[in-house]
Design a protein around this ligand. Structure first.
Ligand SMILES: Cc1cc2nc3c(=O)[nH]c(=O)nc-3n(C[C@H](O)[C@H](O)[C@H](O)COP(=O)(O)OP(=O)(O)OC[C@H]3O[C@@H](n4cnc5c(N)ncnc54)[C@H](O)[C@@H]3O)c2cc1C
Length: 399
């Protein structure tokens, strides 16, 4: 049970990090609480991940992109942001659609499955499914990972990708900023009468926020979207308790029938909205990855995009150290990762929280500011172009 790196958590971030080290010659273990069957073929969890161009490139580099069936990759050509009862929309597109899609939507479970398939084909990775990590201890000499079943793994570096509520982060004494938005986000798929035209809508209404994300049409359901509803928890309980028919009518009413009648065509999944930012991403022979490092509010759709960037940033440094015959778990290697990932994520994390708070505020001054922000966005083209480029992450490569 001796490895070079032990990764706690076989979610999309932990598995992507393992895949990014393919061919490095390092011995890796990924320890995941979920059983092997669920890990290999995860069920639909409601999340449609909006992937930037950079993330698509990273997934291509991992060999995961080609494992996602093309029919399940939905292009997003335009995004519109609406505020309250106003029909005025802030619009983002990639140059009147000439520049191709803004990004691509892929269901989270399909991403998980694709990255899992890559990892199971790698001779250097031992995938330990159905195992829970009970604790990680590290020292200058190495890392010791204790499993709940009593087994012990040793490594030169431990990486925790164990969700935004990371237990390993806490055990390492790493503090984290957390913001509970007091809201729940429900995600599911709905079929609707009118086509969406590959337009994503984010509507910050008063009393509710709705995002409609355009998913590819299929023969069974016809035109369909991912319906993303954000409400205070007690109101969400009522919506979650509705049967399919009631829910379809409720969704249609809440979205003002903009796409005609809507019909529930999937399971519904509710996520409490809590954002998390670790005060440090590393400790002695220890690094945080994915949501355990940066757990984003989903409104700007950056969580997994950042998870992939972090996996790439740490893997590049670890690989370089291994190639040079140096120790892969030194403070120097980890410091470089911490710095790069903080620079890449911190401004967006803060801006996302500020946006989510502003557009949840319904007092009069906030209403005025909400409307003004949208209009400024439309009237100042460079501002819109910067946001669009940021959303797409097109052609941006790390140093
Ligand atoms: C509604 C919603 C919409 C989203 N939309 C987008 C989007 O459009 N774009 C985007 O980029 N991101 C989006 N995200 C964020 C994205 O889903 C997350 O960033 C991503 O799933 C995080 O992956 P992860 O591997 O870090 O963590 P997780 O997916 O939480 O996986 C962590 C894994 O660790 C395992 N684990 C935990 N503790 C232990 C332990 N002690 N021992 C063993 N295993 C353990 C868990 O079982 C789990 O499998 C969205 C999130 C939500 C909730």
């Amino acid at each position: 049970m001796e490895f070079d790196i032990v990764i706690v958590g076989g979610g999309p971030a932990g598995l992507s990090f393992a895949a990014a080290l393919a061919g490095s010659g390092l011995r890796l273990a990924v320890v995941e609480r979920l059983g092997a069957t669920e890990l290999a073929d995860p069920p639909f969890d409601g999340r449609e991940i909006a992937l930037t161009h950079r993330s698509v490139e990273l997934l291509q580099g991992l060999g995961a992109w080609e494992r996602i069936p093309e029919a399940h990759v939905s292009p997003m050509m335009e995004a519109r942001v609406l505020n309250g009862g106003s029909p005025y929309a802030l619009r983002f597109d990639a140059g009147a659609r000439r520049g191709g899609p803004l990004g691509h939507l892929v269901a989270n479970h399909l991403i998980r499955r694709a990255v899992h398939d890559v990892v199971t084909g790698l001779p250097e990775v031992t995938l330990m499914a159905g195992c829970t990590v009970a604790g990680v201890e590290t020292s200058a000499a190495g890392a010791t990972v204790r499993l709940a079943d009593g087994r012990v793994l040793t490594a030169r570096l431990a990486v925790a990708a164990d969700t935004r509520f990371s237990e390993m982060r806490r055990r390492q004494g790493i503090a984290a900023e957390m913001r509970d938005f007091g809201r729940v986000m429900m995600v599911c798929r709905v079929a609707h009468e009118q086509p969406h035209g590959q337009v994503a809508t984010e509507w910050f209404d008063y009393g509710q926020t709705i995002a409609m994300l355009p998913v590819n049409r299929d023969e069974v359901h016809g035109d369909q979207s991912s319906f993303v509803l954000t409400l205070p928890a007690h109101e969400m309980d009522r919506v979650m308790a509705m049967d399919a028919e009631e829910f379809g009518a409720e969704a249609t009413r809440r979205f003002r029938a903009r796409l005609g009648q809507m019909r529930l065509v999937s399971t519904r999944h509710a996520y409490p909205l809590v954002s998390v930012y670790a005060c440090r991403f590393t400790a002695t022979r220890f690094a945080l990855m994915g949501d355990a490092a940066v757990g984003m509010h989903p409104v700007t759709a950056h969580g997994f995009n950042f998870g992939l960037r972090g996996a790439d940033a740490l893997a590049r440094r670890v690989r370089a150290a291994a190639v040079a015959g140096r120790d892969i778990g030194t403070a120097e290697v980890l410091r470089g990762y911490d710095r790069e990932h903080r620079l890449a994520t911190r401004p967006t994390y803060l801006a996302t929280n500020a946006t989510a708070l502003l557009y949840a505020d319904e007092r009069l001054p906030a209403r005025v500011l909400r409307d003004a922000a949208l209009r400024v966005g439309n009237l100042v083209p460079p501002f819109r172009q910067i946001i669009t480029a940021h959303l797409m992450e097109r052609g941006r490569r790390a140093a």
